[in-house]
Design a protein around this ligand. Structure first.
Ligand SMILES: [Fe+2]
Ligand SMILES: [Fe+2]
Length: 307
């Protein structure tokens, strides 16, 4: 049973939802975010979040919540690495490039800044900047243009998988945490991710009409990116968050124990049906065949996202 998501804890102006980056682009992102202005077209900004009202007592002792929020803050903050690769890949498509640079990247970076601010309010002693430097050092080796899909249509299908992963992750986080400000933030980000999914899906359809790829190639792209979800950025981010927070304890918990605890919490309210529908959508199956595939796909998605 999925708890009804809530947007509690949102501030008064609320509504709903690198290292290779060019200097110009980075300046644009920083300016967009640091002064409390909305990213172009975004429905919210950092100043809409009332960090002073965080119920710190509810989350401060929760190692699982820390691991989930902090690892997400590291991944989102590194979004500029991926944007750079995608913009180069879609260089001849002004519509896609403009959206990536003017909307997608600022919104993903805003997610990173908001989650970082939350971490710093609740766990002020945590050295976020050092953990992030550690994360970037490792992640930048994996986040390369060579890892993009062989065709643009396949890459867009794969992006749908990533946005599915983030949408369902933040929806689950919203459902399992009981601190109102974090619930509100998770719900805003979840809505942004759902919109990103819709946009990537729209571009996928555009490329399918211009330079179609077979369903089997789309399946291969979806499969590769699903497998990557747990092997790349999530794993690295979780490890960096855990090392910098728990490393100096007298008896630090093992990484496996932290991972189990964090994903165990997400599993409680993971929206598996939504994950399945979003994963299958780029295959454009007929409804009868989709019903037949739902069970095995649910098992695969659940194993990848939650094990
Ligand atoms: Fe995001
Ligand atoms: Fe996104």
């Amino acid at each position: 049973m999925i708890a009804k998501p809530s947007a509690d804890g949102i501030g008064p102006a609320a509504c709903f939802v690198g290292i290779w980056l060019t200097a110009k682009s980075r300046r644009k992102s920083e300016n967009t975010l640091d002064h409390g202005r909305r990213a172009v077209g975004s429905h919210w900004c950092l100043q809409d979040l009332n960090f002073a009202s965080i119920d710190i007592a509810r989350t401060r002792e929760r190692d699982d919540i820390f691991a989930l929020v902090c690892s997400a803050s590291l991944i989102e903050s590194g979004s500029d690495l991926y944007t750079h690769n995608l913009v180069r890949y879609f260089a001849k498509d002004a519509e896609v490039c403009d959206w990536l640079q003017d909307h997608w990247e600022p919104e993903e970076l805003q997610h990173g800044q908001a989650l970082k601010a939350y971490v710093q309010h609740v766990w002020p002693e945590f050295d976020w900047n050092s953990a992030y430097a550690d994360f970037l050092k490792q992640y930048s080796k994996l986040c390369t243009a060579e890892n993009l899909e062989p065709t643009r249509g396949q890459e867009l299908a794969a992006r749908c998988v990533v946005e599915m992963g983030t949408t369902t992750y933040y929806q689950a986080l919203n459902s399992v945490c009981d601190e109102p400000v974090l619930r509100g933030l998770a719900w805003r980000i979840r809505n942004d991710e759902l919109q990103h999914y819709g946009r990537f899906y729209r571009y996928f359809l555009k490329y399918q009409s211009q330079e179609p790829v077979s369903r089997s190639l789309v399946v291969a792209a979806l499969w590769r990116r699903l497998a990557e979800l747990r092997q790349s950025d999530t794993e690295i981010a979780l490890r960096c968050a855990a090392d910098w927070r728990f490393g100096e304890r007298k008896a630090p918990p093992s990484f496996d124990a932290i991972r189990k605890q964090a994903f165990g919490l997400v599993r409680v309210q993971y929206p598996i049906k939504l994950a399945m529908r979003m994963t299958l959508k780029p295959l454009q199956l007929n409804p009868r065949f989709q019903r037949w595939t739902e069970r095995p796909i649910a098992a695969i998605v659940s194993r990848i996202m939650l094990s």
